[in-house]
Design a protein around this ligand. Sequence first.
Ligand SMILES: C[S@@+](CC[C@H](N)C(=O)[O-])C[C@H]1O[C@@H](n2cnc3c(N)ncnc32)[C@H](O)[C@@H]1O
Length: 290
Amino acid sequence: MMRSDCLSVILADMDKAFSESGIETSRLDARLLVQSVLEISHADIIANRDMRISDDQAEKLQQYMQRRLAHEPVSKILKRREFYGRDFHVSDKVLDPRPDTETLIDAVLQRVKTDLPLQILDIGTGSGAIIITLLCELPKATAIATDISSSALGVARRNAEMLKVADRVEFVETEWAGAIDGQFDIIVSNPPYIPSIEIDQLDRSVRDFDPVLALDGGKDGLDAYRQIIADISRLARPGSLIVFETGKGQSEDVERLLQQSDSGRDSDSTTIIHDLAGNDRVVLMKCGEN
Ligand SMILES: C[S@@+](CC[C@H](N)C(=O)[O-])C[C@H]1O[C@@H](n2cnc3c(N)ncnc32)[C@H](O)[C@@H]1O
């Protein structure tokens, strides 16, 4: 890439380089990196395709390009990722929030009244994407969110402040919900669920850039569910909604674990919900009211 090149040539070169290294979203990624370095919008790019860039901008773009060619996701390079229509700060200490997880958000929002002062618990909050989105969508709700990683909690706190819900959420460093007392109307979790043996085979952009703590679900991928569900009757009350994200093909196992739990014995209602790609993605249980 040359400083003398105009924007359209720079974009085309980056697109080609990314595409040749097997990056499927080559064009979009090139555009997002250019937009960020030049601090311009998509519309600005379209209107200024002959524009030249400064030496500093060319150098920064070159660095970003090399990182992307090493399969670092754009979100990790730019330190932000969109989730449910809002911008979240991310770092190498948190899982990038995924579009699949929006299925969990929809599942909760379709089942609750938005004007109630609901109490929510999010176990393994990472960037805080789930709990912060729910608090934005449920303006009277309050929450506790846990993680074992203090760095992840730092990112989540920053996002809560950025999205103006920090006064309604307490972040607690603990193993799952170990240090949490009380009972909640909604308990959500997207725990690590990749079977340990499959971590090495994950796409490089995940394996090398998402923290293993956020991925590794033990031998069969279900360790975290077992541990969380063993504790859940203490945290649920009659009528509570318990909602887990699962990996593809895991929902029936997680549903069974829930049905066999103390809370599950009184429940007549578990549901498996599929994501937009048709994969089982969310397991939901409504605790019995009696
Ligand atoms: C799959 S990530 C989900 C992050 C976020 N909730 C999301 O959906 O984008 C799982 C999270 O669980 C956390 N975690 C892993 N082991 C944990 C444990 N023993 N106790 C609490 N949190 C844990 C990780 O640090 C990570 O942030």
